[in-house]
Design a protein around this ligand. Structure first.
Ligand code: UDP
Ligand code: UDP
Ligand code: UDP
Length: 455
């Protein structure tokens, strides 16, 4: 049964589309609930992926004190954008349905102290928050570095966008090569850039910005965003967000048999599928590296469509040859548990921000192979913090076929180098941030106090 403590602040959390957004929101929900808040999570239905609906079911099963508010979306209406990405389409549907939340939220008991929403819906939810006299906070699910770039976007004149070989100077960050900025962000007619622009312009309606990072890890960007000239509401780097499934047993006996720090983990997150050719090239690269590996294979953007057979894509002879060396799994795994496993000594990651911050929290060095969106800028953070190595210029996802020998060389460089020592230092810094007198924990407690004050 959900808590109805009338003295506790009641907070509604409203995540957008995709596991990369849902998981950090669920982590914030659990962190607030364990610190005395009454929490309601608004879950847009239907979800895009099966992973999201499965995650929601298991989350509410282990957190019976947290309320679930199912929010049925209006059917998708074709918009002015030629939008084919199912996650972006979901964001548009959410934006078009937000007005339906008014009567639902106004009738919640105890009445709400705050709404904590996802960045892509700020401009649509801010009026609702004003009408209901509820404070609006947001969670940013990308790095402070990429968020700085997002916040800077409206200042770039449409007709004067930089060219691919240029750099953008975001105040306080130093130059960011345009080749690291996702092309849709510099295309004023793309949903991605339009959504960022309109929401950045609504940031002044937000009371505080929770972000899954910590001072030591991204001090430069945090400082830049916190300066009065950034035009951004108070930034609350309260990360790394805590895991909500601590102690849950994993089911990978193969991993338990491996020696400490000997296995490289390969995953490109919840919505990035490599091409079949690139998958085979990666397989051969792993084999050639001679390193032990655990590889989560994904062949389509949305898991419900992922019908390809592992053995067919990789070939039975590959699987036979590598059966001692590695394990290839298809389907959802618990990445945090894998990264926490003593046998894991490295992580080939697309640098989705959740993956980066999990690796930081668990002290696993990254071989950064960014593919889309914010990932190249996130990879800059990985390199700057010394959490790992960047691949060379391997292009955007699908732009070129990266050769097996290059992949093998980089994997060996990561696994044979001295990267784990530095990664463990990062882990220590992350742990400090979350301690009772750490920077992140302090901000989180302050936030909960501010939920109680109405102004
Ligand atoms: N994840 C997982 N198991 C998987 C794939 C992904 O647990 O099989 C988690 C991962 O730990 C991370 C999130 O899903 O928390 C993916 O978010 P990220 O920002 O890394 O990348 P995205 O999926 O948004 O590209
Ligand atoms: N994409 C992805 N993960 C991300 C960002 C983008 O899978 O984190 C997808 C995106 O939805 C698109 C493709 O990768 O289908 C190429 O994305 P990009 O943003 O580079 O360009 P678009 O094709 O959307 O113009
Ligand atoms: N984002 C956005 N509008 C969109 C899609 C994404 O503002 O239409 C934001 C998103 O909230 C995230 C950042 O842009 O903070 C990077 O998004 P991307 O899709 O690249 O990665 P995701 O976090 O969704 O995996």
């Amino acid at each position: 049964m959900a808590t109805t403590d009338v003295t506790a602040p009641h907070v509604a959390l409203f995540p957008c589309a995709g596991m990369g957004h849902l998981l950090p929101f669920l982590r914030v929900a659990a962190m607030l609930a364990s610190r005395g808040c009454t929490v309601t999570i608004i879950t847009a239905q239907p979800t895009v992926s099966a992973a999201e609906s499965d995650q929601l079911s298991s989350f509410f099963a282990i957190h019976p004190q947290i309320n679930r508010l199912e929010f049925r979306l209006l059917p998708y209406k074709k918009s002015k954008f030629t939008n084919e990405d199912p996650f972006f389409i979901q964001i548009e549907s959410i934006v078009n349905s937000v007005h339906l939340l008014h009567p639902i939220l106004s009738s919640l008991l105890p009445s709400l102290s705050a709404i904590v929403a996802d960045f892509p819906v700020i401009s649509s939810i801010s009026q609702l928050a004003i009408d209901l006299s509820i404070s609006l906070y947001i969670v940013i699910t990308t790095s402070a570095r990429f968020f700085s770039l997002m916040a800077y976007l409206p200042r770039l004149a449409h007709d004067n966008y930089p060219k691919r070989n240029d750099c953008i100077e975001v105040p306080g960050l130093g130059p960011i090569p345009v080749s690291n900025i996702p092309p849709p962000m510099l295309n004023p007619n793309h949903f991605f850039s339009e959504n960022i622009r309109s929401n950045v312009l609504s940031l002044n309606k937000v009371k505080g910005i929770l972000i899954n990072t910590f001072n030591w890890f991204e001090s430069e960007a945090i400082q830049a965003l916190s300066s009065s000239s950034s035009g951004v509401a108070p930034l609350l780097p309260v990360g790394p967000f805590e895991s909500f499934e601590i102690g849950k047993a994993h089911n990978l006996p193969w991993l338990d048999e491996q020696t400490p720090e000997s296995v490289i983990f390969i995953s490109f997150g919840s919505r990035t599928a490599l091409s079949k050719d690139q998958i085979r090239e990666l397989g051969t690269g792993l084999e050639k590296s001679g390193c032990k590996f655990l590889w989560v294979l994904k062949t389509s953007k949305v898991d419900k469509d992922d019908k390809d057979d592992r053995d067919e894509i990789l070939g039975e002879s590959f699987l036979e040859r590598t059966k001692e060396q590695g394990l290839v799994v298809k389907g959802w795994v618990n990445q945090e548990q894998i990264l926490a496993h003593p046998a894991i000594g490295g992580f080939v990651s697309h640098c989705g921000w959740n993956s980066v911050i999990e690796a930081a929290r668990l002290g696993v060095p990254i071989l950064a192979w960014p593919q889309h969106g914010d990932q190249k800028v996130n990879a800059e953070v990985v390199e700057k913090a010394g959490l790992g190595l960047l691949v060379g210029d391997w292009g955007w996802g699908g732009e070129k076929l990266v050769d097996k020998n290059e992949i093998a060389d980089k994997i060996k460089e990561l696994m044979l180098g001295k990267n784990t020592t530095r990664a463990k230092e990062v882990k220590e810094k992350a742990r400090h941030a979350r301690e009772i007198n750490g920077t992140s924990e302090g901000l989180l407690r302050g936030l909960i106090d501010s939920f109680q004050s109405k102004e």
